[in-house]
Design a protein around this ligand. Structure first.
Ligand SMILES: *[C@@H]1O[C@H](CO)[C@@H](O)[C@H](O)[C@H]1NC(C)=O
Ligand SMILES: *[C@@H]1O[C@H](CO)[C@@H](O)[C@H](O)[C@H]1NC(C)=O
Ligand SMILES: *[C@@H]1O[C@H](CO)[C@@H](O)[C@H](O)[C@H]1NC(C)=O
Ligand SMILES: *[C@@H]1O[C@H](CO)[C@@H](O)[C@H](O)[C@H]1NC(C)=O
Ligand SMILES: *[C@@H]1O[C@H](CO)[C@@H](O)[C@H](O)[C@H]1NC(C)=O
Length: 404
């Protein structure tokens, strides 16, 4: 190989959009997501399931003031990245009455206000309270055999950011707005333990919006007017995708190579465009910008550890202004899938931390085809062709250098 080859390659990698991670702040700035933001805070001590539920109801402003289901699968436990807490797995006993109040927490604000009386029927306790100086993180349990049907994981909806017409409209510049947050970014970290059994797949938190806070999941398709949802999914071996409940009627949409439409359920966007790994924190950033009604210019983008992983810029996410805004965090996670071939193979956990929302006003202002016009026929969404082209170019050059 030419002695220049490594230099050429590193120069290429430095300019390649594939290799370049971007900062959260640069995403927030470049998409006009500066109007409002919300941090989902963690307590400074571990909390059992009863106290953890109280915490998120209060501090995470859960809609309808209730967790949809899976309350007993939620705890705040030690960060799995600290050596002392890698042993945190399923607790020995499900009837322990000792509260997890003995943590070595630092002298930051007391969280005693969030602690309710723990009942002996709370089933999940962190196995360790040694925080090793790190704040606790949210741990969700997926019992062996659980899949969909509210049998494992959890689900709740939090929309802590509410637009107030006039001030929002002023921030929209020349993008069209109904005085709502038509654009929102969700950022969070996720950790799958080493040895995690992926099986066929499962749901992970994402965004949702629209006046119907209960549709657009569980097989209830969108009508384009009342809701949409864009959760994430892991698939076999940790393959990642965005799993969207959005209209599929746009001509040519389902025949795009990166789109998998299912007759009863959601639509898979760019399955396998990134992969979850085990034993480390991974950062997800998910952007949704609603399309202008009548134009196929809606945006769904995802960054994996800051690197662009999937980009769709010509989506129809809504067909009516009655779906006026992105609402917020759709924390929906479970194995499945609608039959037991999707079940969690063992009692296992996934850890989550640092949820943040950033919102801005204004629907997409990209030039887009007329909705329903069929202009998407055979066209892979914009960002894909760009990334794909850059990648193929890189491969070509690497292959070329190998021949030198
Ligand atoms: C969220 O936390 C970050 C620090 O991580 C801070 O800079 C920011 O001001 C916080 N935002 C809100 C709305 O509290
Ligand atoms: C926004 O509205 C939701 C209900 O839709 C409510 O739970 C939340 O507290 C509100 N947030 C603010 C900041 O007003
Ligand atoms: C929108 O505003 C930007 C500057 O903020 C300007 O460059 C652009 O031409 C405007 N577009 C339209 C269609 O008005
Ligand atoms: C799905 O729709 C049915 C019938 O409208 C309703 O009973 C059910 O609650 C909906 N499920 C969800 C998850 O929205
Ligand atoms: C779209 O909006 C951005 C700001 O969010 C602006 O920089 C850009 O010029 C706008 N494009 C058009 C075509 O108006």
């Amino acid at each position: 190989m030419s002695p220049l080859a490594p230099l050429l390659l590193s120069a290429l990698l430095a300019v390649s959009p594939i290799a370049q991670a971007v900062s959260l702040d640069s995403i927030v700035q470049s998409y006009g997501l500066t109007t409002a933001s919300f941090n989902f805070t963690e307590p400074d001590e571990t909390l059992n399931s009863a106290d953890a539920s109280s915490w998120i109801l209060k501090e995470w402003t859960i809609n309808a003031k209730r967790v949809d289901w899976g309350q007993s699968n939620i705890v705040f436990s030690p960060d799995p990245s600290t050596s002392t807490s890698t042993l945190v797995r399923r607790q020995e006993s499900s009837t322990s009455t000792s509260k997890s109040k003995h943590s070595s927490h630092s002298s930051t604000a007391s969280t005693s206000g969030a602690s309710s009386t723990a009942s002996a029927t709370s089933v999940s306790y962190p196995a360790s309270t040694n925080l090793a100086g790190e704040p606790p993180v949210l741990r969700i349990e997926y019992p062996k055999g659980s899949y969909s049907k509210k049998t494992g994981g959890t689900q709740f909806y939090s929309s802590p950011l509410n637009a107030t017409g006039a001030s929002v409209a002023a921030a929209a510049g020349n993008a069209t707005t109904d005085g709502q947050y038509e654009r929102m970014l969700l950022s969070y970290d996720v950790w799958f333990p080493v040895g995690y059994g992926w099986n066929q797949g499962g749901k992970l938190p994402g965004l949702r919006g629209g006046p119907d806070a209960r549709g657009c999941s569980g097989g209830n398709e969108t009508d384009g007017k009342s809701c949409f949802s864009t959760r994430l999914m892991w698939r076999s071996g940790g393959a990642g995708e965005v799993y969207a409940y959005i209209p599929t009627s746009q001509k040519g949409f389902c025949s795009q190579s990166q789109v998998t439409c299912n007759s009863d359920y959601g639509t898979s966007l760019a399955r396998g465009s990134f992969s979850f790994v085990t034993g480390q924190w991974q950062t997800i950033q998910l952007l949704v910008v609603l399309n202008e009604v009548g134009t196929a210019n809606g945006i769904v983008e995802l960054w994996y550890n800051g690197v662009p992983a999937l980009t769709f810029q010509n989506l129809v996410l809504r067909t009516s202004d009655s779906l006026a805004s992105v609402g917020g965090l759709f924390f929906s996670t479970f194995f499945g899938g609608d039959d037991d071939s999707w079940a969690s193979p063992t009692d296992q956990f996934v850890y989550y931390r640092n949820f943040q929302l950033f919102a801005g006003a204004g629907a997409s202002n990209l030039t887009g085809a007329k909705a329903e016009s069929g202009a998407l026929r055979g066209v892979v969404a914009g960002g894909w062709s760009v990334l794909g082209g850059a990648f193929m170019g890189l491969v070509g050059i690497v292959v070329g250098m190998g021949l030198l």
